[in-house]
Design a protein around this ligand. Structure first.
Ligand code: UDP
Length: 233
């Protein structure tokens, strides 16, 4: 929470002193466990303020408030991207997120760790698409200072992702169901109409193509690191 809020304030003060434009990497977590789908920027969210995820969710929400206050009070040029689940090469193998976990587990012949039923959904955006969206947002006029969702609107269950990874790696691995973390959102799918209208942006890379590139990356890393890497559930 301190990193999100005090860190943002430090960076906002620096941007103000240098008269620099500043972009906040915000998150779909500001919507919490959403009651509406898809989530548009107008949706105000459903966040448990006291749960174990709250430091991140509420921290990012607090940071969004600061960005908008600095824009209003000091005329600072700010941008806020609400980033949905993003993946791709250069993720750390022990990152702990679902795409890296499943790929690493399958490469190591370990069972894929499904949290809960695996019926919860996420929408996965390939890193190159996300970077293109961020660059367009940063280059957009100051009329684009309101939050903008950046993510891939194609929604998958966690089980569907697991099956796709298994198919691609021809892997004999199975699934193991473990506890769902507290406050794990049940569904997540961005409404990207604002990004389309303001930035002319939409993702181009399908999950299948993005996974192929990410799998290749992790295979190379595994070959380089002779001690092997371990998946962290
Ligand atoms: N998840 C899973 N197995 C894993 C890691 C994550 O089933 O090994 C689930 C997690 O509970 C969530 C979804 O996959 O429902 C996405 O998790 P991740 O941590 O990648 O992103 P976030 O929860 O922040 O959207």
């Amino acid at each position: 929470f301190r990193t999100c809020v005090i860190g943002s304030m430090n960076m906002l003060d620096l941007a103000k002193n240098k008269t620099a434009r500043i972009l906040q990497a915000s998150t779909s977590e500001v919507y919490g466990d959403p009651r509406v789908t898809p989530q548009s920027e107008a949706y105000l969210g459903n966040v448990n303020t006291c749960g174990p995820r709250a430091c991140y969710d509420e921290g990012k929400r607090g940071a969004e408030t600061l960005f908008h206050d600095y824009a209003r009070m000091f005329g600072l040029s700010t941008r806020t991207a609400r980033i949905f689940n993003t993946y791709g090469p250069r993720m750390a193998p022990d990152d702990g997120r679902v795409v890296s976990n499943f790929i690493v587990q399958a490469l190591l012949g370990e069972n894929l760790t499904i949290h809960g039923t695996g019926l919860q959904t996420r929408s996965f955006c390939y890193v190159d698409d996300l970077v293109e969206g961020l660059m367009r947002l940063m280059a957009a006029p100051d009329t684009c200072s309101a939050p903008v969702n950046l993510g891939n609107p194609k929604e998958f269950t966690v089980l569907e992702l697991a099956e796709l990874v298994r198919q691609k790696l021809g892997s004999a691995v199975s699934y193991v169901h473990i506890d769902l973390p507290t406050d794990d959102p049940q569904q997540r799918k961005p409404d990207i109409s604002r990004a389309q209208a303001q930035l002319g942006w939409r993702p181009e890379v399908s999950l299948s193509v993005g996974l192929d590139r990410t799998i290749r990356y992790f295979e190379e890393q595994l070959a380089i690191d002779r001690t092997g890497f371990r998946a962290v559930a």
